[in-house]
Design a protein around this ligand. Structure first.
Ligand code: GTB
Length: 214
């Protein structure tokens, strides 16, 4: 008989460039697994190992995270979290329309929000020494604020984006955290409170401690 209940394994950096700040994308998977109470193993990889055939068989782009569970191998943090949310209760509402809306927030986090966040944080943190940095800064800020204003309006005074905490909030918070040290979030008190609430969740705390311990 097939055993479909083995403990999953996720991959993560042996030495993460974020130095324990929980910004690499294994963190969101750890957090999702903690939210649903699923224990997991971690396979640590060096940058060199990520580019070799054994690892590329798990993750075709040589990136973390990958996820192994019985005979299933998955890549893309969003797909992994969706799989975890489908398999366990606690990350997606049961009611059909509410579930569809929560899934829309997952896509929104990874598509509408993560793309400008990565673009902005790459520019802000890694391109300061470029000759064109000061000329482009206003445009980069305008783009990120345009997105944040809309997100802030949507969130309003609610605790979570829609109804109870969901995989949409989990992904959104992991994406927004990349902006924390840039200072752009300080004009959006409701977004800061949203991130703070998420970070206070026991599952978040456990996931954070686990990645820090590596
Ligand atoms: N779309 C994929 C997913 O969501 O799973 C993207 C995965 C991805 O970008 N993985 C990165 C990776 O493995 C690590 S998370 N990079 C190695 C490579 O491409 O060779 C990105 C990341 C890295 C570091 C920081 N940091 O230092 O703050 C933040 C985020």
């Amino acid at each position: 008989m097939k055993n479909n209940n083995s403990i999953p394994t996720i991959t993560a950096f042996k030495s993460s460039p974020d130095r324990g700040r929980g910004l690499a994308r294994d963190f969101r998977v750890r957090w999702a697994l903690e939210e649903v109470g699923q224990s997991y193993n971690v396979q640590l990889e060096t940058f060199e190992e990520l580019k070799k055939p054994p690892y590329l068989a798990l993750q075709p782009f040589g990136q973390i995270p990958a996820y192994k569970e019985n005979d299933l191998v998955l890549f893309e943090s969003g797909a992994i979290i969706f799989h975890i949310a489908e398999k366990h209760s606690g990350l997606l509402p049961a009611e059909e329309n509410a579930r569809a809306r929560a899934i829309a927030w997952m896509f929104c986090a990874l598509n509408t929000v993560e793309m400008p966040v990565v673009e902005f944080s790459t520019f802000f943190f890694f391109e300061k020494d470029k000759s064109w940095y000061n000329d482009r800064l206003p445009l980069a800020e305008e783009r990120i604020h345009s997105m944040l204003k809309k997100l802030s309006t949507q969130l309003g005074s609610s605790d979570w984006l829609e109804g109870d905490f969901s995989a949409g909030d989990l992904l959104m918070v992991t994406v927004l955290r990349r902006l924390e040290s840039s200072g752009v979030l300080k004009s959006y008190q409701n977004i800061c409170g949203y991130i703070f609430r998420a970070e206070a969740r026991p599952a978040y705390q456990r996931a954070f401690a686990a990645q820090l311990a590596v």
